[in-house]
Design a protein around this ligand. Sequence first.
Ligand code: DON
Length: 580
Amino acid sequence: MPLIKSVFFIFFASFLLASISYATPPPEPKQQAIYSQMSIHHPVWAEHGMVSTQEALATQIGVDILKQGGNAVDAAVAVGYALAVTLPRAGNLGGGGFMLVYLAKEQRAIAIDYREKAPAKATRDMYLDKNGHVQKQLSRSHGLAVGTPGTVMGLELARKRYGSLSRNVLLAPAIKLAASGFIVSPDLANSLNRAKPRLSQWPSSKKIFYKEDGSSYQAGELFIQKDLSRSLKRIAEQGSDGFYQGLTASQIEKSVKQAGGFVSQKDLKNYQAIERLPIQGNYRGYQVISMPPPSSGGVHIVQMLNMLEKYPLAKMGHNSAESIHLMVESMRRAYADRSLYLGDSDFVNVPVMALTDKKYAQYLIKGIDPNKASLSKNISPGKLQPYESNETTHFSIMDKWGNAVSNTYTLNFSYGSGLVAQGTGILLNNEMDDFSAKPGEPNGYGLIGGEANSIEANKRPLSSMSPTMILKNNRPYLITGTPGGSRIISTTLQIILNVLDYKMNIAEASAAVRIHHQWLPDYIRVEKGLNKDTIKLLKEKGHKVKVQSVMGSTQTIMKNDKGLYGASDPRKPSALSKGY
Ligand code: DON
């Protein structure tokens, strides 16, 4: 056996080396490659199905469901519940998100909106003090930060309409992980340790995430969440009623009220997830499908692609000063529009068609000088400070029938508001911070919003989450998405450009150095790996450039006639893409 293993290893290693120059590496021989580990230059290959998530235990659960005969939606639901246990900073029951589903048989895509809603008692000025100043902590780490959660309703809607396995089967792995515990990874230990000041403010949270003596869990230790396992069981037994009614609902109401907030049992009972039509665009012959409002992601990805299509990016070269300049100028314009036009389309009229029209892009690029940076203050006024703390999570799944799921969900900041509803193990979001507390005031990601994103009862706060699919001949070719707050839109854009324009395989596309510009504040944020010569050239064009920490955690799948390729962003240590 060891001999066979080493022969396989040598064969596999030489295969990887031999294929290093391929844009898309060919698959390994079928009889040998069941699972393979990606490197930063090579995606994982599989024949039948693929799951890419930010946490390895959840990925394995998704793969198991696919192998059992579940479809991509079944796997997504099981992964969604599992991440609520294993990645508590972003996976959730007490938050919300968006799921894009491609239905192979019908050759159509649908978008499930399970974004949190403002509670019925929310009012426009709820975060202002008597002098009209925004009190930031109220929308970030206070009971008032909590929006009515959407995750359980979203996962249940997806399962009922498009899944094929029972609730019990899909929830069982998450229940087991919560009840019997799982081994803490270095990533989780580190994250919980860093979150201690925020989480420890709430006795109900401190009790769950830290030991009795207040110390942190270390990597390698067992982490059990009994209350959470019981909350999950109530969902398994009663469906969404097991969350939105009964014990969980009354505990959420009680805890939020004690923390000064509004979410009531009535808000929970009234919550509905909504199926929407995805945003559609096309780019160099590929179809682009992404999330519509209340996310801004789809609109602006299509808008930026429309602008960039006019330029020979491939010829200019990946991350050359010339191509970054054009990306930045299109980001500047798209994010400026975001601040004015985008909000919950159930409440305000969002001019989606106009913003994603190719003629509008044509008009916008007339203002782009290829040699000189525009000034954001001339495009629209504003004054901002960015805020650096965040976590959301994305997963991508594809099954053997060609169905696909691209899902991003979140509590907003890492661990949301930090508040666990007593006795439930459920962390509650601080998604209300995504509203504009006051027109012109930046939110936690430095994003400015206008009237369109002002607070109203039952309205959904504007999001940047952009679960996306690129179709080729009406079949999914690329499935991708990422966390990163305001940087979600620009990161997703770069994955698309890296594959479609620069012909990178998806591991290379995921590892490549990222840049970001969000109109205001007016500077290009770049990762440390960007070439100094490029930075110098960008500065010569008039850009301000700041080198900051890494951005995003993309989870991407690509399908071509050779099979499925998965790539988890190497920026996050516990992520895993795996297929079968
Ligand atoms: O919906 C949004 O746009 C934000 N609440 C997402 C937050 C996020 O991505 C944090 N993660 N890094």
